[in-house]
Every structure is written in structure tokens, then in C-alpha cells.
Design a protein around this ligand. Structure first.
Ligand code: GLN
Length: 486
């Protein structure tokens, strides 16, 4: 049996029943990593001995007759903005090099309690700012389907790790599309939960009102399984939803009778012809399965990108103020004053995209400009959220759309053009602005063999509905697998 091809659900079942051990599972994935990581470069760090210890502990628990958790023996790759106690967390930034986390993130505590095996930290765009993982201060990650192309970002390392068979499951974070866009580019499932469903405790903040942690996996069932482990109230995150997540987690009934909205603002010129064709075929399949497609309009979509690029940098400029050379990681030496210490540390430690965001955000928040930019963007955000609320109240159960306007682009292709890079997230950002549940599933390949993603968007706490629909579609049209394509 090729253990590295099994789903997380299947692995956990096999470990629980004693069909194979957690250590065997870990070895199988490590040998895949050994074989292919040099050309993919998904990981900033592997846990090595720590992962082996965790696997051993799971096996010992089973040997002792103790019940095992929902992710028994499942190796999980973690984006490097998620804290793991005692381990370096860099956010792929030089400014955090050498910084070891003092505690586990809430999601890591949950993974451990479910007997998962944390495997390593994945590469990302610096502080999660980007759409290609090329903004990592350390190295670039390749798309396993075509190593001349980007894996997407900012959770590119997590998406590439799952696509390459390095881990059955990974966690990423999504502020404007950073789980769904790389999932689409790497041909895997990526779920951005409703804002507040998963605790952000121990996630390094980028834009706090938009950030959510979520899973990347090869199957819809695994995304649902991972969500059931990491979701739920946590008093340490003041925005954590207190409403019981049952509604969010109760798996939907498939597609029969569902009204699926096709927003005309998401099928526009600029949408790649192959992406559109593949997404429309997937929608036709949704209809064959009993859904009814309805054209809808979300008129404020056109303002989502510009208002996001006011709100996200504003929050980032405030959140990143804490990296000052005093408390974390890098400290520039030879400073004559405290001010110079800040200047030098931040000058040397942050990369160009992070500096661009800090400048944008500081400007938008400065007195005299605050009302014109930040306050206005917040009002636009409300209108975007109301667009969604209206269609969900009046006419549709969920929305289907492309995840990205194009298939994965070439490494370097958009590096000198930030605006064109920002446009990669034009279809994912509105759901962050509204706090909606949203996921991407693979829906086909281009003629050149590159993955394409279908995005399903639901109202707040409608994960169960989305996952049920996605699962029905997956059963009808199995996802293209990298192994089969290679
Ligand atoms: N690409 C978007 C940005 O650069 C979204 C990033 C994210 O979701 N973390 O801000």
C-alpha cells in the first residue's frame, strides 16, 4: 500500500485500527519529501525528531489501549505564521529569524489533542502578503504540477506540500485568498472558514479583521475533518464566535434542490478562457446533480480589491509595529539611538512588499487622510457584505465562481508588477471582506495540464452546506490527481 496516497481520514482510520502505525505513515511521507522536496521546496523547516516523537506517542497510546483522536497519526504541514511551541516561526521574514515561539497556536493544540503529527513549517509570502510565495525572504516554492510556475500564495508552501504528497493535510491562512488561490493553483481543496469560526490565537496577525486559518487537503472529506478539529470557541481570541459551530459543521445534503448563484461580476473579460470553460463545466455538473443555477449580481464586487488594499495594509501597518528589534527576532547592531535601532532593524528585516504595505497603511491611517481612505473603505466593505446578505436572503443557497482569473503563472511573471499580482485575488477577496465561508476545489486542467479551481461561497457559518455540495461534485467528477498526470 502506498501510504502517502491515502487521505487523512483513511490514515486516521488505519492507525486507529492498527492496520499500520503512525511511525510507518510518517516514514512514508518523509520518503516522498526526501525524493521531491529539492525541486518543490515547500518547507522552511521539518520537525524531524519532534515529529517522530509525536508519531511514537500515538503508537504508544494505541498499544496502551487508549482511544485515539480524529486525526490519529496524520502528518500535518503548518504555514510558518502559525506558532508551534519551541519552534522557530519566521513568517518567511528575515525580521523574525531566530524567533522561537513560546506557545502553541490554538489550532496546534487542537491538532495535538486529535493525535495529529505536526510535520513542519511551510514556505509563504513574507507575513502572508502576496499571491505567489515569491515574496518569501528565503527561497521560492515551485508548483509541483509545473516547477516553472508559482504555487500561488501566500500559503503556497502548504498547497504545494499537499499537492506533492508531502502531507495529506496542511493548514494555511487566508486574508484575501491565501488558502483558496494556492489551492486552485496546486489542484487541491482549500477552505476559508467563516470569520470567527477558527481561533486566530497563535496566528501571526496580518490584517486581523480578515485573517482566518483553514485547511488544505486532497479530498473534501479531509477538509471537513480538519475543520471539525480546529473550529470552535476560544476565549483567547476576542473575535472567536461563541455560537455553537454545529450548524457550520453539520455536513450538507448534497446538491439536490440547491439554488446556485452565478455572479455576473465574476464572469468578466479578463477571465481566462480555459478557466471559464472548466468552471462552466463544473457548474453544468452541479446542475446534473440537482442544483439550479441562477444568475445574480453582486454590484459592489468591483470595489472589493481597492478597498481591501486600504483596509489590509492599514491593519498590517499597525500589527507589524511590534517588530521593532526589541522584542522579537532580528536586532540591527550598532544603533546610536532607539529610533535608529527601529529604523535599521525594520529597514533590514522587512522585504519590499511588506514595506510597501506598511507605507500604504500608515498613509491611509494618518490624520487628514483617515476619513478619505480608511473610513470610506470600511463603508464600502459594509456594502460588499450586504450584497452577499441580500442574495443569500432572497435568491440563492450558495454561489459558484472561478477561484482565480487565470491558471498558475510563471515564476517571475508578475514580480515587477504589484497591481497585476494583486488582481490574482479579485474573486477571493470579497468573501474575506464579508467574513463568508468559502472554498476552492479542483475542477479541471488546462490543455497544458495546469490545475483550475472552482470556488463555492456560502453565507456565514454555511461550511456544512458548502462541503456537502463540494463532496457531491467530487463524487461525480473525481479531482485530477498529480500522480495520474505525471
Ligand atoms: N494576496 C493577498 C495579499 O497579498 C491576500 C493574501 C492573504 O490572503 N494572506 O494581501
Amino acid at each position: 500500500m502506498r501510504l502517502h496516497e491515502l487521505s487523512a481520514a483513511r490514515i486516521a482510520g488505519g492507525v486507529r485500527s492498527g492496520e499500520f502505525s503512525a511511525q510507518e505513515v510518517l516514514k512514508a511521507f518523509l520518503s516522498r519529501i526526501e525524493r521531491d522536496e529539492p525541486r518543490v521546496r515547500a518547507f522552511l523547516a521539518l520537525f524531524g525528531e519532534q515529529a517522530l516523537e509525536a508519531a511514537r506517542a500515538v503508537d504508544a497510546k494505541r498499544a496502551a489501549g487508549d482511544p485515539l483522536g480524529a486525526l490519529a497519526g496524520v502528518p500535518v504541514a503548518l504555514k510558518d505564521n502559525i506558532l508551534v511551541k519551541g519552534v522557530e516561526t519566521t513568517c518567511a521574514s528575515k525580521i523574525l529569524r531566530g524567533h522561537r515561539s513560546a506557545y502553541d497556536a490554538h489550532v496546534v493544540e487542537r491538532l495535538r489533542a486529535a493525535d495529529a503529527v505536526p510535520l513542519g513549517k511551510t514556505n509563504m509570502d513574507e507575513f502572508a502578503m502576496g499571491s505567489s510565495t515569491e515574496n518569501s525572504a528565503f527561497f521560492k516554492t515551485a508548483n509541483p504540477w509545473d516547477t516553472g510556475r508559482v504555487p500561488g500564495g501566500s500559503s503556497g508552501g502548504s498547497a504545494a506540500a499537499v499537492a506533492a504528497g508531502f502531507a495529506p493535510l496542511a493548514l494555511g491562512s487566508d486574508t484575501g485568498g491565501s488558502i483558496r488561490q494556492p489551492a486552485a493553483f496546486c489542484g487541491v481543496v482549500g477552505l476559508k472558514p467563516t470569520y470567527g469560526l477558527v481561533s486566530r490565537y497563535g496566528l501571526v496577525a496580518f490584517a486581523s479583521s480578515l485573517d482566518q486559518i483553514g485547511p488544505l487537503s486532497r479530498t473534501v472529506e479531509d477538509a471537513a475533518l480538519a475543520l471539525s478539529v480546529i473550529a470552535g470557541h476560544d476565549a483567547r481570541d476576542t473575535t472567536s464566535a461563541t455560537a455553537a459551530p454545529e450548524a457550520a459543521l453539520k455536513s450538507g445534503r448534497g446538491l439536490s434542490g440547491l439554488r446556485v448563484g452565478l455572479p455576473k461580476e465574476y464572469f468578466v473579460s479578463g477571465l481566462d478562457a480555459e478557466v471559464e470553460k472548466s468552471v462552466r463545466e463544473a457548474i453544468a455538473a452541479l446542475e446534473r446533480l440537482g442544483a439550479r443555477a441562477v444568475e445574480i449580481s453582486l454590484p459592489h464586487t468591483r470595489y472589493a480589491l481597492s478597498s481591501y488594499y486600504i483596509i489590509a495594509p492599514s491593519e498590517a501597518s499597525s500589527n507589524l509595529a511590534r517588530f521593532d528589534g526589541v522584542r522579537y527576532g532580528l536586532r540591527a547592531g550598532e544603533a546610536a539611538s532607539l529610533e535608529q535601532l527601529y529604523e535599521r532593524t525594520r529597514g533590514q528585516g522587512f522585504g519590499p512588499e511588506v514595506k510597501r504595505r506598511i507605507m500604504l497603511g500608515t498613509y491611509a491611517l494618518s490624520s487628514g487622510y483617515y476619513d478619505a481612505y480608511y473610513a470610506k473603505a470600511q463603508r464600502v466593505r459594509t456594502l460588499i457584505a450586504r450584497d452577499f446578505e441580500r442574495v443569500f436572503a432572497e435568491s440563492v443557497d450558495l454561489i459558484a465562481a472561478p477561484t482565480t482569473p487565470t491558471p498558475p503563472f510563471r515564476l517571475g511573471e508578475k514580480l515587477d508588477d504589484p497591481l497585476s499580482m494583486y488582481l490574482s485575488d479579485v474573486f477571493t477577496i470579497p468573501s474575506n471582506m464579508a467574513g463568508n465561508a468559502s472554498l476552492s476545489i479542483p475542477c479541471g486542467l488546462t490543455a497544458g495540464g495546469l490545475p483550475i479551481g472552482l470556488q463555492l461561497i456560502g453565507g456565514r457559518f454555511k461550511e456544512g452546506l458548502l462541503l456537502g455540495a463540494a463532496r457531491a461534485l467530487e463524487a461525480e467528477r473525481p479531482f485530477p490527481r498529480l500522480e495520474a498526470a505525471a
